[in-house]
Design a protein around this ligand. Sequence first.
Ligand code: BES
Ligand code: MN
Ligand code: ZN
Length: 495
Amino acid sequence: MDYKIDNTPLEKLKTECLVLGVFEGRGLSLSAEKINIQTSGLILSLLNRGDMTGETGDTLAINYIPDSEIERILLVGLGKKEPLSRKNFRKVLASVIKTLKDFKIKTITTALTEINVTDSDFAWKTGQTIEIFADHCYQFQQCKSKKDPELTLETIQFADSEQNNTLLKLGIARGQAIAEGVKRAKQLADLPGNICTPTYLAEQAQELACSHEKLNCKILEETDMEKLGMGSLLSVSRGSQQPAKLIELNYQGGNKNDKPVVLIGKGLTFDAGGISLKPGAGMDEMKYDMCGGASVLGALQAAAMLNLSLNIIGLVPSSENMPDGDANKPGDIVTSMSGKTIEILNTDAEGRLILCDTLTYAEKYNPEVVIDLATLTGACIVALGRHPSGLLGNDDALCNDILSASQTACDSVWRLPIWEEYQEQLKSNFADMANIGGKDAGTITAACFLARFAENFCWAHLDIAGTAWRTGNNKGATGRPVPLLTQFLIDRANA
Ligand code: BES
Ligand code: MN
Ligand code: ZN
């Protein structure tokens, strides 16, 4: 998709489809007002007829405009009055693209950046337009022999006055980078486990690194991990035919000695549960257990596209979790890279086992901050549902930065505590700790486990079990939290 600014005055605009906003009670936005005059009252007469109400997201397509270079107009409802909330502005954009993606047209021109949105500038409105349009235009067709017809849409134009061009350009750059990062994460995540193996993920990371000058990739093999003493990570992959990989992406956008932001993403390409086998229903969705890893790739791609002046390390421990004669057994005790020993009471709590060694490994970078993202616990869905990601961490400033980025990105998170008191639940009679903390507060005890390996740096953990993909009829990856991470990195680079 191409994104352009069109400074042509509306009266002279030429387009296949112009998107205009209207309010409830027949209120016209600035641009709708202008076009109404130019078309001798066409828009108002349709509204007077009661063909649309102006409710948020309500649409009306006018497919022919007499004596005009504008071939079509899509009216979209903006609700009661300005300013719109960010959520409602996003709702409006979603309903526009849902309607227009099936039109057989190549170009859309939107005049919606003029609408006032609470706490939002032109860059934000432009970026959101791109993110939402791209999100709805995503198709996963790689594994279908009979493909759906490709969308015809090629260009999105922003109709606005020249004085806003600088912000619009910034918004286009950011929106496009986030949209591309989200798309990469979704594509990797929607692939089935038999295609997207740890080896495949590693190859994809290497390919990504090849396409950006400041991005480099190194893959640690099982033999390398053995030398490092990653007994916890390797215990998970022992039950799988697929060799584990530890993907290391390095984005060097800052000064050589700037401490890096380290992003760690859980890359479980399929989680059957191991010997503590999961029930059959819905087990296919455990191909999404690598969404954290996919989001790390997506966020690094976005950072590279934006040429952020920041050093970033992406680490993706990748493995399968399968039942096998050589798999972890309940009661097994493994020694992590940190030297701490872990009693594996449930082999299905494998995410923390691969993440803990990666956290220890991250120390060698002397990180500014470390953020891990993982589809870690079903308990997170019980606690928060599928709207926000869970946020836990050992540093308030870092957690607040993440909360703030999440608000800008409209990629929500909700913080949960990791108080000392919860650590008791991880007590083991035979090792330094158990890998599960019983039935209470599963998301928190999982984070408490990770916290024991993150004592030497500022660290935050995002539990994305409820947000990384949609379940049900509309099953598919969301690409979250790439928008949040990219915004966090943008904020850091600008600080
Ligand atoms: N990948 C799962 C978590 C998960 C489950 C995410 C369902 C999304 C939907 C993780 O590896 C897991 O199995 N966790 C266990 C932990 C338990 C054994 C303490 C869980 O949540 O049941
Ligand atoms: Mn599991
Ligand atoms: Zn898992």
